[in-house]
Design a binder for this molecule. Structure first.
Ligand code: ADP
Length: 466
């Protein structure tokens, strides 16, 4: 069988999960891009505004200082002059007059960025962003050209940083919300997109489960409509092929029936004259009778099987008192031991009695053929109803326990021999008959640990229990 190459090796995630993850990644990228841009632009804007204000203030203060200084002014006069200058919150000043420095209380002249000091040494004003005492600050330096003096203003930018921190928390929060929303949107979109695929899967499962007439409805999307057309086309082809095969088996079996009947009638005549036959002819007749019986069983089983395949097998339901039914079955099978709970007689199920009898006779025949005869029939009733048939033969090897239910499988107990009358179809008919009843069958070891096979039939109990 040609396998369709797998394309989903790229990822072990399902398609729906992949779409959700892609949406979430998209949301994350957009959030990072927008958030990052917003942060950078806001920072630039705030620093620019703060810088312009600080520079303007510094120029104005430097001019006022210059106006109030006289060549006789000494460093002792400076504090009074400086106090009269304008200050904005958190700004500090450092002033040099000659070799003397007037430094704000919590500052040191070494805190001044050296490139700026060097620039002022060339008597040129300057400004720069710098880390002073572990804080980001804006430092403006202005030489007082009329004197041998410099004026430095140091503005605190931690407020700007705090604003930016707050903004980044807000952006982080909205980013997380955006990613979650994108993932949710992705999973909603995925479930919408995958809905048609889910319908295809359900239809394929229904077909695999035997409902061959399952078809997909028309789709709103033209591409999907083509998919559903192709699917329906395939389902139609499959259905007609299976029905053709089933009809073929059924036709062949029907065609074989009349010559078989003639043959059996002829053999019947020979049997009625058995005493007139030579010993060699009697041996040949015995072989012929055994083969004809097997052939007859095979044709009948094939007819039944083809009925299941063509979907025409139907249940003829009646109320069956399961305890009574098993009592009769066990008695007919040669007084096989029957074990069942005391209240088993109140259990009545809706079942096809003919099919139930055929199931039991198949299992009992097999027990006789491969297990030296059934040793017990057990009925157990709890959530379901289980009937088991045990024998003390060789049992069925674990490796064959599902294969024995396949068509024409003849296990190690029956396979090689052709004289046991088996056809290899008995257990597959049991499976089909039980499937019609919504039941199932399996084989297991005997619970008492002794050798032998135990076939268990499970049937559903009617609503509300027995
Ligand atoms: P058939 O009996 O015609 O061969 P079945 O479908 O009834 O076909 O059984 C399939 C195979 O399962 C048998 O050939 C046999 O090998 C195995 N089998 C069935 N019942 C038993 C049993 N009670 N004990 C051992 N083997 C069994």
């Amino acid at each position: 069988m040609a396998d369709v190459p797998k394309t989903d090796d790229i990822s072990r995630l399902g398609l729906g999960a992949q779409i959700s993850v892609l949406f979430a990644i998209g949301g994350l990228l957009v959030s990072v891009l927008l958030g990052g841009t917003t942060l950078v632009l806001t920072r630039r804007q705030l620093l620019e505004t703060r810088g312009i204000a600080a520079a303007a203030m510094a120029v104005s203060n430097a001019t006022r200082l210059s106006n109030q200084l006289t060549p006789e002014s000494s460093i002792e006069d400076l504090p009074t002059i400086v106090d009269s200058l304008t200050r904005i919150g958190g700004s500090q000043r450092i002033i040099r007059v000659g070799d003397d420095w007037l430094v704000a209380p919590e500052m040191d002249r070494a805190d001044l960025p050296s490139p700026l000091v060097a620039r002022l040494g060339l008597r040129r004003p300057g400004q720069m962003l710098a880390m002073v005492r572990g804080e980001p600050r804006f430092v403006v330096g202005i030489p007082l050209t009329a004197f041998d003096a410099d004026y430095y203003a140091i503005s605190d930018l931690s407020e700007v940083e705090r604003t930016l921190d707050d903004l980044s928390y807000v952006l982080l929060g909205t980013g997380a919300i955006a990613v979650t929303l994108a993932a949710l949107l992705g999973s909603w979109a995925a479930s919408r997109m995958l809905r048609p695929l889910r319908r295809v899967r359900e239809a394929a499962e229904a077909i695999a489960g035997g409902r061959l007439d399952t078809r997909l409805g028309a789709q709103a999307d033209p591409d999907l409509d083509r998919l559903s057309d192709s699917f329906n086309e395939m389902a139609r082809a499959l259905e007609s092929r299976i029905q053709r095969d089933a009809r073929f088996a059924s036709d062949v079996s029907h065609e074989l029936r009349s010559p078989l009947t003639t043959l059996m009638a002829g053999v019947g005549v020979l049997e009625s004259r058995r005493e007139e036959l030579s010993p060699r002819s009697i041996i040949a007749l015995n072989l012929l009778v055994a083969d004809l019986e097997r052939f007859n069983r095979l044709v009948n089983d094939l007819l039944e099987i083809s009925g299941f395949d063509a979907g025409v097998a139907a249940l003829d339901l009646t109320e069956v008192g399961i305890a009574r039914f098993l009592e009769v079955t066990a008695a007919n099978a040669g007084a096989v031991a029957l074990r069942m709970p005391d209240d088993a007689h109140r259990v009545v199920v809706q079942a096809d009695k003919r099919r139930l009898a055929r199931i039991m006779s198949n299992l009992l025949d097999n027990a006789g053929r491969y297990g030296g005869g059934a040793t017990a029939i057990t009925l157990e009733i709890d959530d379901t109803l289980r009937i088991s048939v045990e024998d003390d033969g060789a049992g069925i090897p674990v490796g064959e326990r599902s294969a024995v239910f396949e068509r024409f499988f003849r296990g190690s107990a029956g396979g090689r021999r052709t004289d046991d009358g088996g056809t290899g179809l008995g257990l597959s008919l049991v499976v089909e008959d039980l499937r019609l009843h919504d039941g199932r069958v399996w084989v297991e070891d005997r619970p008492d640990g002794r050798r032998g096979a135990r076939f268990v039939l499970q049937l559903p109990l009617p609503e509300g229990g027995a």
